[in-house]
Design a protein. Structure first.
Length: 578
């Protein structure tokens, strides 16, 4: 019956409600897991950035130490290129003076004709017959043959007084350099000059590394960022529940996040589907309730009509008894007999009347009766149609139609809300992706600019710097010796050189510090066509430096243009058939 159908619909509605609640709970869990994975990803990114900051801060401190030590040594070191040239010149003059003195010194050769003893400069020489002694007496020295003779030697050369001490000037310069005036003084000065160059290069490199690590920050600002990152990391670890373990790295977090996002999307679809089932069952139940209410109203109306008919019947019985009704029926039967007799008489009389006129009237009456019967039939059909329509509309009910329409409107609103949520999610995803892409591009700017400037110094000189766009890492302008020009204002050769250096720098960053799996080859086809000879050597050195970390392949029909590449391997390609 209708009650059973109504109970079945209500049972379906309740089951849909239970399924909807379960789907909503699953969606809440999946959404919570996604949000936790998203927060974990942010936390691990903070950890990575914090580690990078600490490493950069350590390198900055080390660079400060190297700069301080180098500057202290440079401040104490007295040897520079000018002083070293003077020391080298003085050393050469001293050596030449000693050579001249030794060349001009007296030599004495004594050949003994018989056994003899010589005393020379405090030493005794016993010579046998025929033995020779080769002596170099200093000025004013003498030689004695005991019991025979004494021989004295004069100065063979008239020397310049300034040449008496050829090492005096050298010793003075070595004292000026802060090194001892011993025979090793010149070598010590050379070592100091070499170390000076090394310290200057080390200080220059440390300053460049320090500037790259600071990246427009001051050490205090970097310390502040590290402190804030420490606080964020500590706060998150303390607040995060230990029920779910923290992923080991960002890759694991991304996997968990993707799985949670998929689960949330699936749960969202289940929620939408079960909500639709629930709403449909709710609408059917409302329609059934309204139909039941309509049937109850019609039943009540029929019962009221029956009750009214019973009242009329009882009133009629109160006015006339059953016996009176039977007498009235007998009287009516007698009246009918009399009426039939009258009719028979009338028929007899009509037979005696004008047959033509009576026949005409009879035919007209029959036609009128047929027309009225037809009209009565049409009216009955119309009444039946209207009753069927009323019955159908009464069964369906206008309220049912309104309820169905309201359910359709609710479904449309639900679909619109879901589409709006999806649109907002897509817009948020696009905004987050674009923001992180810009952040990633900005993170590449500093190392990329430092690598470009490092390679460009060998081509343009130490006074070069470049400005790089973070959107596409394109070189915007070049500053050389304090003069800045936009890339479009540079010569064709300069633009070509910067383009090559930019590609080499990008490949070097991709390869890392020691090449490896990240290394990518750089292939260039007949470049350096606009580069003059004075820059070819510097670009050759840049290509060699880039080739230490990645493979550089140059295709050309003019190999002499690349003669400055010292470590190049040339492969000649012959035409086919040769």
């Amino acid at each position: 019956g209708a009650g059973e159908r109504l109970a079945a619909v209500a049972e379906r509605r309740d089951a849909a409600r239970v399924a909807l609640d379960a789907a909503a709970a699953a969606l809440a869990l999946a959404q919570a897991a996604f949000e936790l994975a998203d927060r974990d990803d942010t936390h691990l990114r903070d950890l990575f950035d914090h580690t990078q900051l600490r490493q950069r801060r350590t390198r900055v401190a080390e660079a400060d130490r190297l700069i301080a030590d180098g500057e202290a040594f440079l401040a104490a070191c007295r040897v520079d290129d000018v002083l070293m040239r003077r020391i080298e010149a003085a050393a050469e003059e001293s050596a030449e003076a000693r050579g001249r003195r030794e060349a001009g010194a007296m030599r004495v050769r004594v050949t003994a004709e018989a056994e003899v003893r010589l005393e020379f400069e405090g030493a005794t020489h016993d010579l046998a017959a025929g033995e020779v002694a080769d002596l170099a007496p200093p000025p004013g020295a003498g030689m004695r043959i005991p019991g025979v003779a004494r021989i004295e030697f004069g100065d063979p050369l008239a020397r310049d007084p300034a040449s008496d001490d050829p090492g005096a000037a050298l010793a003075a310069l070595l004292r000026e350099a802060g090194v001892g005036a011993d025979p090793e003084g010149v070598a010590t000065a050379r070592d100091l000059l070499r170390r000076r160059g090394e310290e200057e290069a080390r200080v220059h490199a440390a300053r460049g590394s320090r500037a790259a690590d600071l990246d427009d920050l001051t050490p205090d600002e970097m310390d502040g960022k590290i402190t804030r990152a420490d606080e964020r990391i500590t706060t998150y670890r303390e607040a995060r529940s230990a029920d779910v373990p923290l992923p080991v790295d960002r890759e694991a977090t991304k996997r968990v996040r993707a799985e949670a996002e998929s689960a949330a999307a699936a749960a969202r679809e289940v929620v939408e589907r079960t909500r639709g089932d629930h709403d449909a069952a709710e609408a059917v139940l409302r329609n059934a309730d309204m139909e039941q209410a309509g049937r109850s109203e019609r039943t009540t109306l029929v019962e009221e009509r029956v009750a009214a008919a019973r009242l009329v019947l009882e009133a009629a019985r109160a006015e006339t008894s059953d016996e009176g009704i039977e007498r009235a029926a007998d009287e009516a039967s007698c009246a009918a007999g009399e009426a039939r007799a009258v009719a028979q008489a009338a028929a007899t009389a009509s037979g005696q009347a004008d047959a033509v006129s009576v026949t005409a009237r009879l035919g007209n009456a029959r036609k009128a009766l047929s027309r009225l019967d037809a009209e009565r039939g049409d009216a009955r059909v119309a009444i039946a149609t209207l009753e069927a329509t009323v019955e159908r509309d009464g069964d369906l009910g206008l309220a049912g139609r309104v309820s169905s329409t309201e359910a359709a409107v609710e479904h449309a609103r639900t679909d619109l809300a879901a589409a709006d949520r999806r649109a907002r999610a897509v817009a948020l995803l696009h905004e987050v992706v674009m923001r992180h892409r810009d952040e990633a591009h900005r993170a590449y700017v500093a190392p990329y600019r430092a690598e470009v400037e490092r390679l460009a110094r060998g081509v343009f000189g130490p006074g070069i710097s470049v400005d790089v766009a973070h959107e596409d890492l394109g070189i915007i302008s070049r500053t050389l010796n304090g003069r800045t020009l936009r890339l479009a204002d540079l010569s064709g050769g300069a633009r070509e050189q910067l383009a090559i250096i930019g590609r080499l720098a990008a490949a070097g960053i991709a390869a890392g510090t020691d090449g490896g799996d990240g290394a990518v080859p750089v292939i260039m086809d007949d470049v350096l066509g606009f580069t003059d000879a004075s820059r070819l050597e510097g670009l050759g050195a840049a290509l060699v430096a880039a080739g230490e970390r990645t493979q550089v392949i140059v295709l050309t029909c003019a190999p002499e243009r690349y003669a400055a590449i010292g470590s190049a391997t040339t492969v000649r390609m012959e035409p086919r058939g040769r």
